[in-house]
Design a protein around this ligand. Structure first.
Ligand SMILES: [Zn+2]
Length: 337
């Protein structure tokens, strides 16, 4: 039997094929969010990677599909005017500031002359004077996936147990199975409730990456100089902003704000909340720094009536197979809402 999701995708796909479909749309645009672009599907496909990764082949397919159906515009242009002309408007964003954004995604953006925005967690921007840094979920996930029976994995396990986050035995077996990868993904999601200090101290138990995995400021400047890419802040240390106290929140925001202003020629007036989490206190603190817009992780379309400090996006990754037709379904539905 056809599932509801498959039916929506089928309708969405059929809808994009209809002549005159654009005329039926209400006035909505959308923002896509990606994280990492990998060399191939094999790297992007494991469940503990797939929600944040996409192969460069899939990325190029996405760019072509978007060009075919939408007006692909810079983010600030879409936010200022989400109403399209004949075709709906869309903008592309990347979160965190991964090095593959410059090495694998950017050549394709250049080839297709496709604008994009990258939101940096500024403490993680690589600096040659220090060892490469790694986000906690990447560091912990890598240890469990690649060296589950090593002394490092045991130390990480002990530290997690002391934080009331005992590691399920499956994570420490050596099988390279989908089941274990899925269990790692689930476990990492649960860890997001721990404090940033705890997560950072546990990630610090793992070896630094041999090569930088995040952008450096020279790359940031080169991408900005291309005229295709602009940058905005995504926290300083990628802390969940709603969990920071009255002392830490302004410091986290101010540090990310200052880094972008010091290093970029034209930083975006757009803040991107890590994990999408925000509340009234966070919104007020972000607005007080002069940001006119803020992006969340909630899925949805953007219209002239959208809340500028809580704008939705649509996540795209290896895990969202079939999502392209699903986007068409959302657009179609927006014609009646
Ligand atoms: Zn992020």
């Amino acid at each position: 039997m056809l599932s509801l999701m498959r039916l929506k995708r089928w309708i969405g796909r059929a809808y994009l094929g209809l002549p005159g479909w654009r005329g039926a749309l209400r006035r909505r645009g959308f923002v896509l969010v990606l994280h990492r672009v990998m060399e191939n599907d094999a790297e992007a496909a494991w469940p503990h990677c797939s929600p944040l990764c996409m192969s460069k082949q899939a990325f190029e397919h996405l760019l072509r599909w978007l060009r075919q159906h939408f007006d692909c515009v810079p983010l600030e242009s879409l936010l200022e005017s989400p109403i399209g002309g004949e075709r709906p408007r869309m903008a592309l964003t990347f979160d965190d500031g991964w090095r593959d954004n410059a090495e694998l995604a950017f050549p394709l953006l250049q080839h297709h002359e496709f604008p994009a925005s990258i939101f940096l967690s500024t403490d993680f921007v690589h600096d040659d004077r220090h060892p490469p840094r790694c986000f906690w979920w990447e560091a912990i996930g890598k240890v469990f996936w690649q060296t589950p029976q090593s002394p490092v994995a045991r130390r990480v396990c002990d530290a997690l147990r002391s934080c009331d986050a005992p590691v399920p035995p499956l994570l420490l077996s050596s099988e390279a199975s989908e089941r274990r990868s899925l269990a790692i993904a689930r476990y990492l999601r649960g860890l997001a409730t721990l404090s940033p200090e705890k997560l950072e101290s546990i990630a610090a138990l793992t070896p630094a990456p041999l090569q930088p995995i995040t952008l450096d400021w020279t790359q940031v400047r080169a991408l900005e100089d291309s005229g295709l890419v602009r940058f905005g802040p995504h926290g300083a240390r990628h802390a969940i902003l709603t969990r920071l106290d009255a002392d830490l929140l302004p410091r986290e925001l101010a540090r990310s704000h200052a880094a972008l202003r010091a290093r970029c020629r034209h930083p975006l007036p757009v803040y991107c909340y890590p994990n999408g989490d925000h509340d009234d206190k966070v919104r007020a603190a972000v607005a007080a720094l002069g940001y006119r817009y803020a992006l969340t992780a909630r899925r949805g379309l953007i219209g002239v009536d959208s809340d500028p400090m809580a704008l939705p996006r649509i996540n795209v990754s290896y895990a969202s197979t079939g999502l392209l037709a699903q986007i068409a379904w959302y657009l179609l539905r927006s014609a009646w809402t």
